[in-house]
Every structure is written in C-alpha cells, then in structure tokens.
Design a protein around this ligand. Sequence first.
Ligand SMILES: CC(C)(COP(=O)(O)OP(=O)(O)OC[C@H]1O[C@@H](n2cnc3c(N)ncnc32)[C@H](O)[C@@H]1OP(=O)(O)O)[C@@H](O)C(=O)NCCC(=O)NCCS
Length: 220
Amino acid sequence: MASDTSIPDDIADAEPQVRVRHLNKRDLNRTWEFIKAVFREVNRSTVEYQRPKSKKRFLEVFEEKGIEQLLFVIRTGGKERIVGYAECALAIIGTDNWMNERYFRARDMRPLFVEELAVDPEFQGRGLGTFVLEQLEHLAKLRGCTHLVLEVAENNENALKFYRGRAFTKLDAAIFLAKKVVSDPEILPPRRLKRREPRRVKASPSVTAPVDPKETPPEG
Ligand SMILES: CC(C)(COP(=O)(O)OP(=O)(O)OC[C@H]1O[C@@H](n2cnc3c(N)ncnc32)[C@H](O)[C@@H]1OP(=O)(O)O)[C@@H](O)C(=O)NCCC(=O)NCCS
C-alpha cells in the first residue's frame, strides 16, 4: 500500500478519475513516501541500484532546473491521493549516471530521459501506467524529443513486460552476471582431541616424610 489509507471500496470498484499535475514543494514529503512504498517490493528482487536513491537526492531534484516531476492524483473522501509519479528530463540527470550522451547524438536521437515511473500497487493493472507513459510521450513530442529513454532492472519483470508491450526495445545495458566461486571454507571442521593420559604424580624428595621402615606400604 503506497499511501496512508487503504483503498476504499468505492474507489476499488469504481472508475476513479486520475488527474495530472506538476509536483509542488508541499507535495515533497508524501511523494517521497509514495515512491519508497511503490519500490519496496521491486527492490527485493533487483540487484541494480535501489530506487528511490535517497531523500536528499529527491529534494535536490526538485530544486534542479530541467527536471519535470508529475503527480497523478485522484480525489477520495474529500482528500487528494497520489496514485502515480513520473520524473523526466531532457538531459542526463546526475553525475553518477553511466549513460553516454554521444551515443544518442550519433544516432540523431533526442531523448526524453524518464528517471522515475511509479504506480501505486493498489492501482496497477488498471491502465494508469499506460496513462503515465502517454503523458510522458506527449511531453516528449512537445519538447521536440524523438525517444523516451529509461533504465529498468532486468529482474523487474513486471515493468519489463509493461515496457516491451508498449514498443520499448533494448538499447544496450549492463547485465549483472554472477559465477559461484567454489572454495574451501575459511574455518576448519571440528576436531576431536586425544584422550589425556593419566598423569604420574612424582613424589618430591623435599616434602617426603622420613621413611618408617615399619610402615612400608604393600607393593602392588
Ligand atoms: C510498471 C508499472 C508502471 C505499470 O503500471 P500499471 O498501472 O500496472 O500499468 P497498466 O495497468 O497501464 O498496464 C498493465 C500492464 O503492465 C503489466 N503489469 C506490470 N505490473 C503489473 C501489476 N502489478 N499488475 C498488473 N499488471 C501489471 C501487465 O502485464 C500489463 O500488461 P498488458 O497491458 O500489456 O497486458 C507499475 O507496475 C509500477 O509502478 N511498478 C513498480 C515500479 C516500477 O517498477 N517502475 C518502473 C521502474 S523503471
């Protein structure tokens, strides 16, 4: 569940109207909580960097020029509820990004980079993701872009199926490979110790009482 209240029956059964708007400063905290909740399950199955990155980075993004953040909302019980979020930019975002801008230039591609796309799990499978994508494509056309470009973890099978079904094709991507290294355990196996031989007690001459020939102990 991505927001503070569970999904009321009237919303679950009805066909709620989803509205798109730009994110405002007052939306930041609940949008952060929304994105975290959406990716909680996805993050369990992905090796790639976990989303969202950090709250600090999320707050910085809001201040950065050239990044568009969109909220998809419905009204329920007189309150607004976030059900979707998208983030996109004309230029590659961040300094830790591995993408090669020249790749796109060389192919006459002018991408709109989609940095985040999230739908409330309770609203998935109802056409909202498709709506978000259509909105992004609409923006791309208005901004003179030729492609939507995004990164998705290979293990995020739901999202991959969603994108492939909507004419996205693979450009090039790092594939995380792993090989099991067979090695001996660091810790040696348990070991049985030898039985201790009964120790011989040798009488010390200094503490030996003078021998009384009459009390000589029997041999044996
Ligand atoms: C991927 C995602 C945006 C799709 O949103 P959505 O609202 O479920 O999408 P729609 O209802 O418009 O379309 C459903 C399609 O997506 C697929 N799908 C993905 N996740 C699904 C889910 N949890 N439930 C139902 N269908 C899902 C279905 O196979 C369906 O495909 P089809 O229409 O080609 O048959 C959404 O699942 C999501 O936010 N996932 C978690 C966050 C994430 O992984 N984001 C992408 C990171 S790059």
